[in-house]
Structures are given as C-alpha cells and as structure tokens.
Ligand binder design. Structure first.
Ligand code: TXA
Ligand code: MG
Length: 331
C-alpha cells in the first residue's frame, strides 16, 4: 500500500513537502480535524490538481489554511469585527470563517464565488508546514469526493492515487476527528453552514447571540458547501441509524435472514458480525467516528447499524455526519 509516500514529519520531510507545494504539487497533511489535500492557494494549476485527484466538481470551493498570525486582509475584504473576535478566540483551531474574498484569491479556490473560506489549523504538523511554505494552503479533506474523511495517513494513501499525490505527511492523530465548523460571516447575519469542532454555543457566546440564531436553515442564496450535500461522508456499505430500543430486534432479524451486519453502538450487543463500541461522550465519539466507519466499511458487511446518539446540542456535529453517511442507503 504505497507506504513509501507516507513521511514522518521530520525537518527534512517538512522541507520537502514545502518545496513540493512551491513546485505546484499536492501534499497531504494532518490537521486537528481530518487530513487535508493541499496545494499552493495562489497557484490555480496546482489547485486544479486537487479537484482532479478527488474527483470533485470544480465549482465547490476550498478552504485556505493559514499560518498563525497570517493577515486576514491578504485573503479577505470588508473583514467584520466578528471575524476578528472569532479568530482571536478559536484560532488556531477547528473553525472556518467564510468572508468576502480579496480579488487576488484565484477563482479555482473559491469556485468563482465572491467569498473565501479561511482556517488556521491547530495541528503542529500543519502549522510547521504552513510556516515553512510561507503562504496559504488550499485544502479539502483528503478523501475521494463524497467519501469518509481520512483521520490517518494510511487512509489518505487508500483514497488518493500515487500519481496525484507524492507526499503524505504523517503526524499525531487528529484530536477532533471530524471537520471544522464553518461559519459564514459574509452576510447580514452570522450563519453556521456546517457544525463541527467548535460548538454553536461557544460561537454564540463570543458573538453574544443565541446558538439557535446561528443555526437557522441556510437559504438557497447561500454559497455551495459540498459538505452540505445530503449524501456525504459516506461508507460504501449501506448504513442505518436506529434508536437504542430497535437494535436488538434488527440484529435478530439480520441473523435470521443470514445478513452480516456491523454495529456501531454505545454497548455491544450479541448478533453482529462486527461490533465497535463507541464512547458515550460526544467529543470522544467524534474523534473515533471516521476510523470506526472505515473499519466497518472494509469488513465486507451487508449493512452497518448505528445506534443513534442523544439529540442534544453537543451531539449536533456527530449527528450531522451520521445522517449524511446514512443518506441514500435506503431505509
Ligand atoms: O476541517 C476541515 O475543514 C478540513 C480540514 C482539511 O481543514 N477541510 C475540509 O474541507 O473539510 P472540505 O473541502 O472537505 O470541506 C470544506 C467545506 C466544503 O463543503 C466547501 O464547500 C466549504 O467548506 N467552503 C469552502 N469555501 C467556501 C465558501 N467560500 N463558501 C461556502 N462554503 C465554502
Ligand atoms: Mg470533505
């Protein structure tokens, strides 16, 4: 499995990776959320390679990753005070700000929209790479379009072909495990476009508003967010989200019909061909979610059954990913 392109983040390898970015090549790198598939954000040809490698439609915008202390004004115009407040509180960290783009940002990055997504990641390898490279790195999650985001270097190697990606930097496991929260600050009202590593409650506390105000359904005039497509972050194996009290019945039905089912649940129940117990804490659950889904997806199962988490605010981002992973799976 092409392990030779997975490089430990030594000073030499980081230099090689920064050099590859300067040469217009792609580099995958860990962040505290998921691995990114990066290119020089100022080089449209390099950015185009990301779309080809992922199989992603060209009008889906990318997030530009910035080094700590990078100037927002290099990438955005009319930067509102809310952006400075949120960046001050949550950067480096799992928060992406959507701002009005500066005209110097290539169309290839923004999908031709008048806004740009900016994020300063907290992961030490991401920061080291950004520091050496010295510019912005445009990077989506390093998975094939619509599939489960990678939280291990090996996952990236499984997703992106060697001819498209020469260097995969390894590093400490992402602590958040699901993608960043995206908040749109380009309109009248701040709006969360994708729940993630920073909660609506924490954002609302800084913005001095109610969390619900940030979570109003996005209208059609909002920019496109590929992560907001219903079928996303999805395993190949059909997947169903079930209430706790339905699990035993469904496992029994599967056994009787000879189906091999996988189980992602808070407590392991008998009857599953493969069962992965999940933490009862939302933060810990998010950290292991994609890895667990990948394990189940590669086990040759007929179906994956997932025990629904509680419907409380701290589970919002996990719920969002589970719902999308199930969408299109039938029942
Ligand atoms: O945690 C993350 O955000 C990871 C790591 C690598 O930073 N990145 C990530 O990128 O999840 P991606 O491309 O897989 O998802 C980013 C989402 C996409 O759904 C994209 O449409 C949206 O951000 N996005 C980027 N720029 C945008 C913009 N200007 N307006 C609206 N949505 C935008
Ligand atoms: Mg993605």
């Amino acid at each position: 499995m092409c392990a030779q392109r997975i490089l430990s983040p030594t000073a030499d390898h980081l230099q090689r990776a920064a050099q590859a970015l300067r040469a217009g090549d792609l580099v995958a790198f860990p962040t505290e959320t998921v691995f990114g598939l990066g290119a020089d954000a100022r080089n449209p040809q390099a950015v185009a390679r990301i779309f080809a490698a992922k199989g992603r439609p060209a009008d889906h915008p990318l997030i530009v990753h910035l080094h700590e202390g990078a100037a927002l004004n290099d990438w955005a115009i009319d930067v509102p005070v809310t952006a400075r407040l949120l960046a001050g509180r949550f950067w480096p960290g799992p928060l992406t700000l959507i701002l009005k783009r500066a005209s110097s940002v290539p169309d290839a990055v923004t999908g031709g929209q008048d806004t740009v997504g900016l994020r300063c990641p907290a992961h030490p390898v991401a920061q080291a790479l950004l520091g050496l490279f010295g510019g912005g790195i445009a990077a989506p999650s390093a998975n094939r379009y619509g599939r489960i985001s990678p939280t291990r270097a090996l996952h990236v190697a499984q997703e992106i072909a060697p001819q498209d990606l020469a260097i995969i930097l390894d590093g400490p496991v992402p602590e958040v495990g699901i993608e960043s929260t995206i908040i749109d600050l380009s309109g009248e009202q701040p709006r969360i476009l994708r729940p993630g590593g920073v909660s609506a409650r924490d954002l609302a506390a800084v913005l001095e508003c109610a969390p619900e105000d940030l979570l109003l359904a996005t209208d059609k005039a909002q920019p496109r967010v590929s992560g907001s497509l219903l079928a996303h972050y999805a395993p190949v194996t059909p997947m169903r989200l079930l209430a706790s009290d339905q699990l035993a019945f469904e496992l029994d039905a599967a056994r009787q019909s000879g189906r091999r089912v996988g189980l992602l649940a808070f407590d392991v129940l008998p009857g599953a061909a493969m069962a992965l117990p999940m933490p009862a804490n939302a933060t810990a659950y998010a950290q292991t979610l994609y890895d667990s889904l990948r394990q189940l997806d590669s086990a040759g199962l007929d179906e994956i059954l997932v025990e629904a988490p509680p419907k409380t605010p701290e589970w919002l981002a996990v719920y969002d990913r589970l719902n999308r992973a199930c969408y299109g799976s039938g029942a």
